[in-house]
Each structure stands twice: as C-alpha cells, then as structure tokens.
Design a protein around this ligand. Structure first.
Ligand code: 26W
Length: 816
C-alpha cells in the first residue's frame, strides 16, 4: 500500500487551543459566547481524537503490512470508563490540554466531568476486559476487542428511602465522540430456520442452514490508545440493524406501520445489557445477543484473514480468539459451521483449526453463574449449531469412553448436554472441549477449577488448564486516578513504574524514611478530603477525614458478604453505646455497589446498609466515631474517586467463591491495607506484600469445603456468640426498621434457618477480632503508613501488563 499516512496533528498548547475553538465551532456548531461546558467537553474530545487518529491508522497499517498474528478478545462486556483523561494521559497531552482549556477560561476538571461513562459491563469481568485491552495497546500487541454496543448499558442506581431504584442510562443521548460508525462494515446474522442435508458433486453429505431470519450487525470502532501513544488498537462494537429485506418487505406489503415495528424489534437485540453478573437463565434475548456478536465478530475476523490468506489450516498461525467467560462460547460451534458448511472442510481438519484458534477464560465457579441453554432454544434459534454441538459431544464422549471404558457416570458428568430435567447445553463444557487453552484468573481459582468443576477435564487433558492471574492497568488506577500519589512516586523513583510496575519496589526502603512517610500520608489525606467533599455534596453526610476510611466497593452479592460488613458495623455501634466514654478509633464505613434488579436478597442488604446508616449517623452517642455511607451508582468514575481515598480495603468473600477480585488490587495499589479472606487474588497479594502487612482472617477454602460437607450448625454458632446473637436480634426485630419491624427477617432467617450458606456465622468471630487489630494499628499512624507504603511497593505483579504478557506468551503465541 503506498497511500500516504495522515499528518500528525500538532501537540503544542497553541495548536491545541486552536483546535478546541475550531471544533467548538465546526464540529459542535456552537458560538463560543453561548457554549456550555458540555460543548467544551465535546470540543476537547474531538481535538484529542484528532491526535489519536494518525497513530491509530499507522498501527492498523503496520499490522497489515507485517501480516502479524492478531488477538481477538471476545467479550460481552467492556467497562472502559471515561476516555478523555485517559487518552490525554496515554498520549502525553494532559498538561498541554489543561493549559489550553484553562487559558480559554474553562475549569478543566469540570469539563471532564461532562463525559458520560460508557457503562457497557456489570463488574469485574467487564472491567478486566478494559484493563487487558489497555495493556495490549501499551505493549504494542495486535489485540482487538469485540463486543456489543448496547444502547443502554448498566442502569443508573438511585437510592430512594434506602432502596435501590434503577433507571436506564441513555449514554448516547448527547452523541459519542469516541466512536466511528462504520455503515459499510455490516454482516448478516441468522436465527431460526432448519437444516437440510444434501449430497455435493462428489457425493459427500453436506448440511445447509436455510429459511432463517436475519438481522444485520453494524460496526462501531472505538480507538484504544496505549500508553506512550505509539500503538492505538481498536475496539469494535456491534449494533443490530434491521435488514434491507425488512425495509423492502414493508414497502411492498403496504403494511408500513406494522413492519416498522418489526424493524424496531430486530434492532432491540443490542438495546440493553443484562444487569446481572450471575444468572441469565432462560433469557432468549441474552442468547440471541451472545450469538449475534459471536457471529458478526467471526465474519469480520475471517474476512480480514482472507484478505491475505486462503488456506484455513493457517488460521491458528494468524488468529487467536480469546473467549471472556462462556458468553462467546458459541464461537466454537460457529467457527466449525463456517469451516464445514461454507468452506467444506472435513470434520477433523475443521476441528483441529477451531481448537488451535480458541482459548477460554473462566471467571466464576458459582453454580448459578455457569451458563447452560435449553436444547429447545437451540433447536428453535440455532438448529445447525445444535447439530454441530451434538457431533462435538459424540466424538468427545467416544474419546473419553475409549480412554476409560465403562465409566457411565463419568460420561454423564462430562457431556456437553445436561440430561437432568429439561435438556440443556453446558456452555463451559463446550468452551473447554473446543479450546486449546483454558485459564483461571487467580491461582486458588485455577486450583479449584481443576479440583471441582473441571476435575474430569483436567484428568482427561492435563496441562490444558492454566492460571493467568488478573491485573489492573496502572495508568487508570494510579497515574490518572491518584495524581497526588503518582506524582510523589515519580518524584522519588522516576516514571518507569507506569509501564514497569515492578519498579515500585524501589519505594520499599522509603517506608523507613519519616519524611517520605509524611508525604505519602499527605497524599492520602488529599484524596480523603476530595472524597469527603463528594460524600458531603452527594449525601449530605459530613465525615471526619481523620477517621479510618473503610471501603467496600463491588457488586452486591451474598457471596461477597456485604452483610458481614454490616454485622461488624452494628457490633461496633453496640460496643460504643455500651461504653460511651471509652476510646474508639473513628471510622467511616463507605460502601458502594449495584444489585441485580431481580436479586431480592442483595437489594434487601443494600436497604439494610442504608437503614443502619440512618440510625448510626444520627445517634449522638456514636456519630462522631462511626459513620456509614452508601455511595450510590458505583461505577468506574466513582471508583476512581473512592479508591485513592481508602485506608482499608474490604475483601471478605467466603473463601473459594471470589475467582480473583480486581478491586482488591486497585485499593492496595492506592495504599489501602486489606482486611480479607484467603480467597481469590487476596492470597497472591499476601504472597507479594507479606502477611504482616495485611489482615487476613477466616476459614480457608479447604475448611469451607469441609464445613459444607459435614454441615454447619449456624444456630449453634450464633447462640455461642452473644454479641452476634444481639446484632441479629436487633436486625431481625426492627431496631433499624421501626417503620416495618420484620423488614429484615429474611436476612436473619437466611443465617439462622437457611443454613448460612456463605458461613458468616463461622467467620464472624475472626472478622471482629481482626477489625480490632485494624483499629490498634491505625492508632499508630507511622506503623500504618509503613505498611501502606510496602503494599504499594509490592504490587508490581498485579499490573495487567504482566497478565497480558503471560497470555501472549503462553496462550496466544504472540510476543511484544
Ligand atoms: C450469565 C450472567 C453472567 C454474567 C457475568 C454470569 C457471570 C458473569 C461474570 C463471570 C461475573 C464476573 O464478573 N466475574 C468476576 O470476574 C472478575 C474478572 O476475572 C473476577 O475478578 C471476579 O472475582 C469475578 O467475580
């Protein structure tokens, strides 16, 4: 290709100023006299975008010229957060833009706050996808994200009278300056119909999928700049469009209104993100969404491959497809279908290509979150894929039978089809069988995968399952979110840590330097003040910035045990009231997180937090020493505000339930100490920072498994602990809900009568004792800060750059 590359837009302040005023006029269409700060935000976004584009085009062209192997990260969710600040930082334009906007008389921080964050994800899984694509771009890896452009992402959470109320977030209302619509990149996606078998010219049997209905997938591209600005990768999101046939049909039939309604219905496909991160049982639209984005992405991937190659046997040398959980697992069957039906490969060759190309990452062991789809849904919507899955299963079970003859129960367990009750396809089994690599997201999680849900598969194909411990991008989670600490670190050890996070270890000796400790503590104070201001503004609750900021931010889930946190709060409240003149370390307990709209218990626990807050914050005996605040609408932007201000990070899931957690990494990297269980990445954080610098407590995963096997008498455990019994009695009898005394009965019942599945009553004593140790340490400010510094210094492992490098070497076979 010899067409010229675009000229670089200038990076100096004067040019940026010019660009801002030009874009305000020519792109936003506003007279500066009447421009609002949102208009200026848009002008800034366009000006920055100009400065991304040439690197973007260069990156894509160099991939093409060098015919590099590409990595495709398929994910139903990308929780990327705001782009403006991040792009400025990654392009090295932050200071220049600040100067340019401020010299035009605009408050830079206010301007940034106008960006609506694209909330195209639920929680950990979606945010991980965002961190990984940031790191791929930073490492210069040819990584492309593929996902869905939901018109409505994650709902906005309001709290009304203590209850969660959801409202849809129309994030595209004011336009999205970060996306490029590609009306020419559009693929048909088929549903329904039937399969016909026919003999081809050489007498071989073939299958074709016919009489299906169609919806179109149209591409939207979002640039993903790496740090340093050299590589700008691409995130391609699909939106559903009705087909042209639809439009013709309605013109011809004269039934205009009806048909336009049909058109709307087909476009509903990409309308909304399912706001649950644990179940999507039987939701047909969700099933359609999964196939929709898999099918479009594969067509795109194959079209790109075929520009330079014709032999599909080479596909695995040029393409790696990584499936983010089982949501894109249909990719296995779809790639098989394309190779078999469209390109007439025989089964063995098609299968070899498919398995070599695909990789699968598991993110959860919770049984209710393991996807299965009813066979009849497949029959109705994807009949050909069902055929293919049956054949995959038959061949796979034959291999198993051959290896271990006569083990009927083993076959039943490993089958891709769950035959108990209504028959269902086990998507995780499809993903495992159809991939050359299966990975967990932390060591303990990977071990549990091997010993529980995938034990049979691990025995059948040892070595296929590996661990790629999660990581977070230091650019967003330290450099951008915590400028005071980032500046201090850079002043001491230079800025190499931004791309080589291990360099933070050079901070360790400074833990013994009193002056450094004071400056470190000062950075924390600055962040706490900023957070306190926001809490006061948004909630009207004044908080003491000298108090210990105790933070638990994550999705509301029983297994994560926000309820255990509440039990501690109420215990603390009771202790202060019982002994009002005794000294108590002042605490501000900060909680944030969304509950799935249909998750009754999670919503009730959220309400309990707010009802407890009401009582505690207004009790003159306690309010100076204990505050509880629930920060509504926890999302990436509020995370960026809360995390830098935390002293204590709560990571208290029942051991064996949290696959990894990544909030734990963000908080520790920002100098919070962790109180946590032996779960997920907490275990590895402990290996790095040292047990003496954390507060780990409670049953281990092994102990939890044993307790579950032998049975747990929660009633006895509660009876044996008068403080816990008192707390539960207060919650259950209406102390915090005088307007409806039995409101929280279901919560108490789940612990007393319901068996206490997540073992709160088992971990309560250790948790409370550990919280006492937290208080003791906080009183010794110097000792606390020493440990906080060591936490930061030893977090190098948890950069998503390391995570991506491991995927690159061990799964994708691409190097940087
Ligand atoms: C079918 C509905 C559904 C949607 C999302 C089921 C399950 C999910 C995700 C797998 C849930 C999720 O976000 N898992 C989290 O993934 C993070 C990134 O690896 C981990 O850090 C968290 O521990 C894990 O809960």
């Amino acid at each position: 290709m010899d067409s010229p590359l675009p000229a670089e837009a200038a990076f100096d302040v004067a040019a940026i100023k010019q660009s801002l005023t030009d874009h305000l006029l020519y792109s936003v269409g506003k007279d500066p006299l009447f421009a609002t700060s949102r208009d200026w935000y848009l002008a800034a976004a366009f000006s920055l975008r100009d400065r991304l584009i040439s690197a973007w085009v260069r990156t894509m062209r160099s991939y093409y010229d060098n015919d590099v192997k590409r990595v495709y990260y398929l994910s139903m969710e990308f929780l990327v957060g705001r782009a403006l600040t991040n792009s400025m930082i990654n392009l090295g334009l932050y200071d220049a833009f600040r100067e340019a906007t401020e010299s035009l008389g605009y408050d830079f921080d206010e301007l940034q706050s106008w960006e609506v964050e694209p909330a195209l994800g639920n929680g950990g899984l979606g945010r991980l996808a965002a961190c990984l694509i940031d790191s791929m771009a930073t490492l210069g890896l040819p990584g492309f994200g593929y996902g869905i452009r939901y018109e409505f992402g994650m709902f906005t959470q309001h709290v009304e009278r203590g209850w969660q109320v959801e409202s849809p977030e129309n994030w595209l209302r004011y336009g999205n300056p970060w996306e490029f619509q590609r009306p020419g990149v559009i693929y048909p996606v088929r549903f329904g119909g039937r399969v016909v078998r026919y003999r081809d010219g050489e007498g071989r049997w073939n299958s074709q999928w016919v009489d299906s209905e169609e919806v179109m997938a149209m591409a939207y591209d979002v640039p993903v700049p790496g740090f340093g600005g050299k590589t700008v990768n691409n995130l391609r999101l699909w939106a559903a469009k009705s087909t042209r046939e639809f439009n013709l049909k309605y013109f011809n039939q004269g039934n205009y209104i009806e048909s336009v309604r049909d058109k709307n219905e087909s476009e509903n496909l990409s309308k909304v993100l399912y706001p649950s991160d644990s179940t999507a049982r039987g939701k047909e639209l969700r099933f359609r969404q999964e196939y929709f984005f898999v099918c479009a992405s594969l067509q795109d991937i194959i079209a790109r491959f075929r520009k330079t190659h014709s032999n599909f046997d080479l596909l695995p040398d040029h393409v790696a497809i990584q499936m983010n959980d089982t949501h894109p697992a249909m990719a296995v069957a779809e790639l098989m279908r394309v190779l078999l039906d469209d390109h007439h490969y025989d089964w063995e060759r098609a299968w070899t290509i498919t398995v070599k190309t695909c990789g699968y990452t598991n993110h959860t062991l919770l049984p209710e979150a393991l996807e299965t789809w009813p066979v009849d849904l497949f029959e109705r919507l994807l009949p050909r894929h069902l055929d293919i899955i049956y054949e995959i299963n038959q061949r796979f079970l034959n291999d198993v039978r051959h290896r271990w003859p006569g083990e009927m129960d083993l076959l039943r367990r490993m089958s891709l089809v769950d035959e108990d009750g209504t028959r269902r396809i086990r998507m995780a089994h499809l993903a495992v069988v159809g991939s050359h690599s299966v990975n967990g997201v932390a060591e303990i999680h990977t071990d549990l995968m091997k010993s529980t849900i995938f034990a049979d598969f691990d025995r059948f194909q040892p070595g296929k399952i590996s661990c790629k411990t999660n990581g977070i991008t230091p650019r967003r989670w330290l450099l951008s979110a915590n400028r005071p600490l980032a500046a201090l670190i850079t002043e001491e050890i230079g800025d190499g840590w931004v791309t080589r996070l291990e360099e933070l270890q050079a901070l360790a000796p400074l833990a013994e330097d009193a002056e450094f400790r004071e400056r470190f503590a000062q950075a924390k104070r600055t962040n706490k003040q900023r957070l306190a201001q926001v809490i006061e503004q948004r909630l009207g609750v004044p908080v003491d910035t000298d108090s210990l900021f105790d933070v638990m931010v994550k999705r509301m889930h029983e297994y994560k045990r926000q309820l255990l946190n509440v039990l501690h709060v109420v215990t603390r409240y009771n202790r202060i009231r019982a002994n009002p003149t005794a000294f108590a370390v002042p605490r501000t307990v900060i909680v944030g997180g969304k509950a799935a709209p249909g998750y009754f218990m999670a919503k009730l626990i959220l309400k309990l937090i707010n009802d407890v807050a009401d009582v505690v914050n207004n009790d003159p005996l306690t309010s100076s020493r204990l505050k509880v605040v629930f920060v509504p609408n926890y999302n990436v932007s509020t995370a960026e505000l809360i995390i830098p201000g935390a002293n204590l990070s709560q990571q208290i899931s029942t051991a064996g339930t949290e696959a990894s957690g990544t909030g734990n990494m963000k908080l520790a990297l920002n100098g919070a100490l962790t109180i946590g269980t032996w779960d997920g990445a907490n275990v590895e954080i402990c290996e790095e920072v040292g047990e003496e610098n954390m507060f780990l407590f409670g049953l281990t995963a092994q102990e939890v498994a044993r307790v579950h096997r032998d049975g747990w008498d929660s009633a006895a455990a509660i009876a044996a602990n008068p403080e816990l019994a008192q707390v539960l009695d207060m919650i259950g009898s209406g102390y915090f809900s005088p307007d409806q005394p039995d409101r929280f009965r279901p919560i108490v019942d789940s612990l007393t009568l319901g068996g206490d599945h997540y073992l709160l009553s088992a971990d309560y004593p250790a948790y409370i004792a550990t919280q006492e140790r937290v208080d003791q340490l906080y009183v010794d400010a110097d000792a606390w800060t020493r440990k906080a510094i060591l936490n930061v210094a030893r977090m190098g492992k948890f950069s998503s750059d390391r995570t991506v490098a491991e995927y690159g070497e061990e799964i994708w076979n691409v190097g940087s």
